[in-house]
Design a protein around this ligand. Sequence first.
Ligand SMILES: Cc1cc2nc3c(=O)[nH]c(=O)nc-3n(C[C@H](O)[C@H](O)[C@H](O)COP(=O)(O)O)c2cc1C
Length: 208
Amino acid sequence: MKTPPSQIIDEEVNWDKTKTIVSKTDTYGTILYANDVFANTCEYNPIELIGEPHNIIRHPDMPKVAFKALWDALKKGKNYHAIVKNLTKTGRYYWVITDFTIDKNEEGIVTGYTGRRKAVPNSVIKKIEPLYKTLLDIENLKGEKASELYFDAYLKEEVGKSYDEFVVDLFEQEKSKEEKATINTPKEEDEPNKIKKGLNWFFFGDFL
Ligand SMILES: Cc1cc2nc3c(=O)[nH]c(=O)nc-3n(C[C@H](O)[C@H](O)[C@H](O)COP(=O)(O)O)c2cc1C
């Protein structure tokens, strides 16, 4: 049974930003699998998460329209990317970019979905946070439909691409700026530059 935190604390939780947070759900968004990084980051015990709806970690700063767009894409069979602010058990938050993929059985029937998440640079959060705030304000004052129409028009007029493309491009640009800024540091020389190998390497590189 979902037990939301009793308070919201405007403070980022401490987590290992080099790691990948993984969860798997059924087709309704019920959590079937949570890796230890996921459980540790959102401050739950893995067993507490299993069988719960994924909105157990939904942060109230996230506009509904962001999740509507996610579910519309998944229901159409499209993989998806989103930048999400999540809520921990103690009411803290963490921002991630999530790569959503569709799981199918041998007959090709959709059995559920997988979310793989990585930390996002602060510069990405700074660009996305005001947009989410506007969408949330529209939702609260003018309703969900108004927020959805604003989101569609914003993407068309200001961004010129879908939300999924916007997220991937924004993330890649900011990540590569961040990596250029830290170039020549000993750490950078030691580690292969994953992002230059593409977003797939970034999400799945740990397992390749
Ligand atoms: C694989 C998968 C992973 C998800 N991960 C998250 C997540 O990390 N945070 C989140 O708030 N919602 C996540 N969702 C979306 C939730 O199912 C839900 O739609 C969202 O929290 C909004 O809650 P609501 O539908 O009750 O408004 C995920 C859904 C799927 C299918």
